[in-house]
Structures are given as structure tokens and as C-alpha cells.
Design a protein around this ligand. Sequence first.
Ligand SMILES: Cc1cc2nc3c(=O)[nH]c(=O)nc-3n(C[C@H](O)[C@H](O)[C@H](O)COP(=O)(O)OP(=O)(O)OC[C@H]3O[C@@H](n4cnc5c(N)ncnc54)[C@H](O)[C@@H]3O)c2cc1C
Length: 307
Amino acid sequence: MRNVVIIGSGCAGNTAALYTARANLKPLVISGHEAGGQLSLTTLVENFPGFPEGINGPDLVENIRKQAEHFGAEYMHGAVIDTDLSKRPFRLNVEGEWMEARTVIIAAGASARWLGLESEQKLIGHGVSSCATCDGFFYREKEIMVVGGGDSAMEEANFLTRFGKRVTLVHRKDTFRASKIMLDRAKANPKIEFLMNTAVEEVFDVTKGEVTGARLRNLVTGDIFDRPVDGFFVAIGHIPNTHIFKGQLDLDPDGYLLSHGGARTNILGVFHAGDVQDRVYRQAITAAGAGCMAAIEVERLLEAEGH
Ligand SMILES: Cc1cc2nc3c(=O)[nH]c(=O)nc-3n(C[C@H](O)[C@H](O)[C@H](O)COP(=O)(O)OP(=O)(O)OC[C@H]3O[C@@H](n4cnc5c(N)ncnc54)[C@H](O)[C@@H]3O)c2cc1C
């Protein structure tokens, strides 16, 4: 029987592991198929406090893991494929093996939706991004492309005009899912150019290891054309990794965990941390902070229960 099992090894999970390990709770972290989480996909992180020169994403998350292991946190490869949260102790199935836990911290993150192009996948962290707040600063006076037609695409495009020479917004349709106010704001921005009825065929240049342009197709005329671009932002949404909790935990319509105050879910003893619950901020530092909150909730609950 574990005091606490943490699902996910990104910033949130590793920080929760650090705090619960230092509280002598001997946490077990289930790493998931993406050990290190989203930060392992990126290169330089310039906005995590404490690193004046910036730090590589994989190094940052690995350092938090080492710090947690130093205090006794254990890590296990594999993913949680099923859970029974109907009573305590909770039961978790890790790749076919059931285990029991007094408390659970869910730090399973939310994966960015990508277009699915091979070239796009190879250039993630090298000019392809899903986070304007994180990477916009790298594209001062550069050509930026944003793909998407919802509120987040409008918000990212508007934000990126603070940096870029021009922002080209590419959208497959001639209508938008975005709300009128967000769309109007983007349309009124002289630095945003709209390319409607247009799909991305390829992102260049995989051989150079950096983004230099994109091949586009006009879906009405069939014309194919290339655009030089330095930063390529995909803003077509995120998928919270919560399918295994459906029917057990309260989720919002998009599948994000619903908070019941602090780090609490609707089940006593099950806590949330990081992007799996946060559709607004989605930053390494907020995820780490949320991991700390969940860990303190676990400590207090177990203490009150005499464990
Ligand atoms: C390309 C890119 C660049 C970014 N750059 C920055 C930046 O510069 N600055 C910044 O602050 N933020 C940045 N971010 C955002 C930041 O990475 C996220 O906000 C942060 O990683 C969220 O942490 P998390 O721990 O909540 O989730 P994640 O990092 O998503 O980690 C989730 C973890 O859960 C695991 N998991 C999922 N399902 C299961 C399961 N069923 N069983 C077990 N484990 C599971 C995964 O394997 C993973 O380890 C960037 C994101 C991306 C994609």
C-alpha cells in the first residue's frame, strides 16, 4: 500500500514528488509514456524563475526529478491504464499490474493537438511550437505563422504581433469557431494577415533542423504555394489526459479535471496538479506550483488520518 501515487512525471508530478518525498511519504511516480512531460519536447526555457540564462526543457524537468529522487521518491515506467477510485484505498492499474494507494495526485498533463505532419513533429522545439507565451519572444521582427480558427488561435496571433514583423493566420475554413470579440480583435490588428480555406502541407526545413517556411494548399483552388516563416505556432487546442477517469471524476466538457477548491477533485484523497486541470495558464511554473499545492494537501490529509 502506497501513501501516495503520482500519475505523471512532468513539472507538476515531479514537484509533487519532491514535496511528498521531503515529507517522508515515499511517493511513487508513474512516469507515463512521455517521461518528463511536455518540457521534454522543447529546447530553451527562458521563463522559469531562477535561471537567468534560461535552461533546456529536458534538463529542467530532469533536475526536478533528481531532486525528488534525492529525497526518496521512486519512479516507475509505464502508464496507468485503469483506475478504481470508488473507495479507499484507491486501485490503479499500471500496464496490467494493480496497486493500492491511500492518496493519488493526478498530474497527467494535457497534450497539445498537432496537425500530424511528419515535418511538424520533427521540428517541435526547433521553430514549431504550441505555446506563444513560451516561445513568442524568440521571434522578434520575424515572420510568424499561426494555424487554427478558434479563440486560442486568435489570442496567440494577437499576442505574437508584439514580437513578429507579421503574423499569418492559416485556417482550413472560411468561417471561424472563435468568438466574435476575439475574431474582431484579430481582424483589427494590422500585423495579422488571414489565409482562409488554406491547409498546411509541410513545414520546412527538417534537414536544417529549423523552421524556414511552410508549404500551403488553397483548398478551394487547389493551388500550392510556399511561404517563408521563422516561427510556426499550432493553436488547434489541447487534449487533457483524463480518459481513464471518465465517469469517476468531475470533468469539464473538454475533459479537463474540475477543481473542487485548491488541488481537490470531487473525491477525497484524489488531487489534481498542472495542465490536466489548467486550461488557462499552462506554464511550467504554474504546473510546478500546482504540484506543490497537491503535495501539501496530501500531507495534511494523511496527517489528519494518522498515517
Ligand atoms: C513545445 C512546448 C514548449 C513549451 N515551452 C514552455 C516554456 O518555455 N515555458 C513554460 O513555462 N512552459 C512551456 N511549455 C508548457 C509546459 O511544458 C507545460 O505547461 C508543463 O509541462 C505542464 O506540466 P504538467 O506536469 O502539468 O504536464 P505535462 O508536462 O504534460 O506532463 C504530463 C505527464 O503525465 C504523464 N501521463 C499522461 N497520461 C498518463 C497516464 N495514463 N499514466 C501515467 N502517466 C501519464 C506523461 O507521460 C507526462 O509525464 C511548453 C510546452 C510545449 C509543448
